[in-house]
Design a protein around this ligand. Structure first.
Ligand SMILES: Cc1cc2nc3c(=O)[nH]c(=O)nc-3n(C[C@H](O)[C@H](O)[C@H](O)COP(=O)(O)OP(=O)(O)OC[C@H]3O[C@@H](n4cnc5c(N)ncnc54)[C@H](O)[C@@H]3O)c2cc1C
Length: 442
């Protein structure tokens, strides 16, 4: 008899788990509480979906401890980026590699990633139930039973009322939930693929943590990661919208904790852009633990010895220029104005009036501009979560060590990667491994 595998959550990890379970002979059902599966996949890579990365994975992932990190790397050896690429190619999706090793669909459309997964699920006769939330699990010796809530939408009611009136198509569009229906369902194996709390509009509302707790798991506090950082400073509104190629260093309690280079984006509340995203999870966790976070920004990394380059000779040549104009040759003029203000140089003051010391003070500031981080932006703005179910509470097939016949995959686990396709790779790898095991384990 085929194992009856229920996958809770139709995101990246859930869809691939369903494919691998069905391919290995299981009878598979996906439960998805949104009105369609894979909403987050459509948002990935700015709609282009950076679906994996061919680079070495070491140093690209975070978890709460080093033992868990080893588990992550073992997993990513068993189901690596090449396997992900081959899997999608088998489904008819051709991919291309970018300079940083990032893999994208040739068409650069995230929708095709979801389309091929949905088609494969259909081909393998995976049953997909949307508008259906898993609310509770009652495990027993042979699997268990699930408590579900079906959301009834106005359009469905309307459809019943107007079944005879086929012309009434406009009213058949998806619309508001007007009622709910409860149901129970049996499972032999349950795969929890409900995601974390990041981008909750896509469906990952954190309900998976509650379900995991119900099954005896502990949860490492989920926090926003791959996210903008809010900073203190009255000048952010003035520089909002400025983008600058910069070297950034994150300091935690005064010690350098991470360094990144790339395009920094200044916003009216703080800092954003890929280099900020890359170390945001460290800042997020440090702030949660009450530690002090500061970012040092080198806006003029193009100069190897900035102070020398602004030596007397240069000062002489530009002595009658306003200081902000001199600095605007190096950085955006909004930044130049902020730096002059910080150094106490009034608008319009010429280089000779300000003097070498003051001008060098501006240059020093531009090469190590410190901003105090007050908090990470919200889950609504985060691409992933850090935290979740500890990796020590699942085996290497991602089966729960707290509750038999249950698997936990994807972002619900305490593993998060940097930008570049690493988070989807984690979802694909854990889903594929757990799906296979759930189908074949007797
Ligand atoms: C804007 C954005 C861009 C991103 N870009 C990239 C990128 O280019 N490359 C990359 O590698 N990563 C990217 N990521 C991260 C990546 O999308 C996630 O890491 C990945 O989708 C996680 O997959 P998952 O299956 O674990 O969870 P999710 O994709 O969040 O899926 C969870 C699913 O479970 C459903 N669900 C939740 N609770 C229940 C319940 N109780 N009952 C039923 N269903 C439930 C949800 O509706 C959802 O469909 C991006 C994320 C965002 C937000």
């Amino acid at each position: 008899m085929a194992n009856k595998v229920v996958v809770a959550g139709g995101g990246a990890s859930g869809l691939i788990a369903a494919v691998f379970a069905a391919e290995n002979g299981a009878e598979v059902t996906i439960l998805e509480h949104k009105d369609r599966v894979g909403k987050k996949i459509l948002m990935t890579g700015n709609g282009r979906c950076n679906l994996t990365n061919m680079s070495d994975v070491h140093g690209k992932y975070y978890s709460s401890d080093d033992v868990s990190l080893e588990k992550i790397y073992d997993t990513l050896v068993r189901f690596d980026a090449a396997k992900t690429r081959a899997f999608f190619q088998k489904l008819g999706l051709y991919t291309k590699e970018k300079r940083d090793g990032g893999i994208y669909p040739v068409s650069e459309q995230a929708a095709i990633v979801l389309d091929v997964l949905r088609s494969e699920c259909a081909r393998l006769e995976v049953k997909t139930i949307t508008d259906c939330a898993l609310t509770a699990v009652e495990p027993d010796r042979h699997g268990g039973s699930l408590r579900l809530v079906h959301y009834i939408r106005q359009a469905e009611e309307q459809k019943k009322l107007t079944a005879a009136n086929k012309k009434d198509k406009a009213k058949n569009k998806k619309s508001e939930i007007i009622s709910e229906k409860k149901e129970t369902m049996r499972y032999d194996r349950l795969i929890l693929a409900t995601g974390g709390k990041a981008a909750p509009a896509s469906g990952s509302d954190g309900s998976g943590y509650r379900l995991a707790k119900m099954l005896g798991h502990s949860i490492i506090e989920p926090l926003p990661a791959l996210v903008q950082l809010k900073c203190s400073g009255d000048y952010f509104k003035a520089v909002s919208g400025v983008r600058a190629q910069s070297d950034l260093t994150l300091y935690i309690d005064g010690k350098p904790a991470a360094a990144e280079t790339g395009e920094l984006q200044l916003t009216d509340y703080g800092i954003s852009g890929i280099p900020v995203f890359q170390f945001s999870r460290l800042a997020s966790r440090a702030l949660y633990c009450g530690r002090k976070c500061e970012v040092g920004i080198n806006f003029i990394s193009c100069l190897s010895e900035p102070e020398q380059e602004f030596s007397d000779a240069l000062m002489k040549r530009h002595s009658e220029k306003p200081v902000e104009e001199l600095l605007a040759g190096l950085v955006h003029k909004k930044l130049a104005a902020v730096v002059c203000k910080k150094e106490g140089i009034a608008f319009g003051t010429t280089v000779s009036q300000a003097g070498l010391q003051k001008v060098c003070g501006c240059i020093r500031l531009l090469s190590d501009f410190r901003v105090q981080v007050t908090e990470a932006n919200s889950f609504e703005n985060a691409q992933v979560c850090c935290g979740g179910v500890p990796l020590s509470e699942v085996d290497k097939e991602f089966q729960s060590l707290r509750c038999s016949n249950v698997y936990i995959v994807g972002e619900l686990l305490d593993c998060d990667g940097i930008c570049g396709g690493y988070n989807l790779q984690w979802a694909w790898a854990t889903g594929a491994i757990a799906g296979t095991s759930a189908a074949i384990k007797k």
